[in-house]
Write a protein that binds this ligand. Structure first.
Ligand SMILES: NC(=O)c1ccc[n+]([C@@H]2O[C@H](COP(=O)([O-])OP(=O)(O)OC[C@H]3O[C@@H](n4cnc5c(N)ncnc54)[C@H](OP(=O)(O)O)[C@@H]3O)[C@@H](O)[C@H]2O)c1
Length: 274
């Protein structure tokens, strides 16, 4: 990589950040488009987050991605936020313009794009989980015309809070109502490397239902394997990870990047290595 003193700079703020695939992903696009730009891992502890963001503004960065545990802190410090960031209650993309900090949340949009031709208007969706990712996914599903989102979470109070934040269209249930469900989404961390798999029998899901898992380490979770075994459409977490990155890249570097097979292969190989 060769950059000049005029290079556009961005990066990913998180703690820890060594697991992030974003530097590989953005680095691929920067090389692909031959840009005078760099995208860096930016490990920042929680108590230093705001100071670090303000330092990036002073250093002339174009912006940054934000990952765990900073998405809510990022939301709080933005001067302006997009409507979808307001709905998600979190910010994963910061854009710095003339000293001002703009916040966006592209996770939900990325999730919906990753679904490809799965028609979310066809019937109710069941979302497992009520954390930051679940809220972004639920909001995006409703915004895309999903008739109802039923949220099921270990801590019911968190599911109730999500439903209250998103309003009409969201219901809370104790157990996943699989019969009649058109789309089942795992937005918990179960099934992730080092976590127990989801303990869920998919037998009651209708034949035309789709199953999406936003966990991406590993890409093939036990939930997706069970869905495939039943002949159901299964969508892994890779597409969401790739599509959510596009908005930031375009805002910082001025090029709308594409999610293609080469990018999928590069990032999937990176995931498989660690
Ligand atoms: N593909 C992508 O681009 C993408 C983007 C963002 C996130 N993700 C993935 O999405 C998952 C959730 O991320 P997040 O940011 O929403 O995290 P989070 O805010 O910490 O939420 C975690 C969720 O998982 C639930 N959970 C955790 N351990 C559980 C267990 N043992 N049994 C049942 N439920 C459990 C939590 O339930 P409680 O509320 O009861 O604690 C909560 O609903 C992670 O695996 C993350 O890697 C993927």
């Amino acid at each position: 990589m060769t950059i000049t003193a005029a290079a556009r700079l961005a990066g990913v703020l998180g703690w820890p950040v060594a697991h992030s695939r974003s530097p590989r992903l953005h680095g691929h696009w920067i090389a692909r488009h031959g840009l005078d730009a760099a995208y860096l891992p930016l490990p920042v502890r929680q108590e230093r987050f705001e100071a670090a963001v303000r330092a990036l503004v002073d250093l002339g960065f174009a912006g940054a991605n934000v990952t765990l545990p900073h998405k809510e802190a990022a939301f709080a410090l933005c001067d302006t936020r997009t409507a979808r960031a307001e709905r998600a209650g979190a910010v994963n993309t910061l854009v710095f313009r003339e000293g001002r900090i703009e916040g966006d949340c592209t996770d939900g949009w990325g999730f919906v794009r990753a679904l490809g031709d799965v028609d979310v208007t066809r019937g109710p969706a069941v979302v497992l989980g009520a954390g930051g990712a679940a809220r972004a996914v639920a909001a995006a599903l409703l915004d895309e015309g999903c008739p109802q989102v039923v949220v099921v979470n270990r801590s019911r109070a968190r599911a109730e809070a999500l439903a209250a934040a998103l309003g009409a269209g969201v219901a809370v249930a104790e157990h996943p109502p699989l019969a009649g469900c058109a789309l089942l989404v795992n937005a918990t961390s179960r099934g992730m490397l080092g976590q127990p798999p989801l303990d869920l029998d998919l037998a009651a899901l209708p034949r035309g239902a789709a199953v999406a898992d936003i966990v991406y380490v590993p890409l093939e979770t036990p939930l997706l394997a069970a869905a495939r075994a039943r002949g159901l459409r299964a969508v892994n977490g890779l597409g969401m990870l790739l599509h959510q990155a596009r908005g930031g890249f375009e805002a910082w570097f001025g090029v709308r990047p594409e999610v293609d097979e080469e990018l999928r292969r590069v990032v999937a190989e990176d995931i498989a290595r660690r």
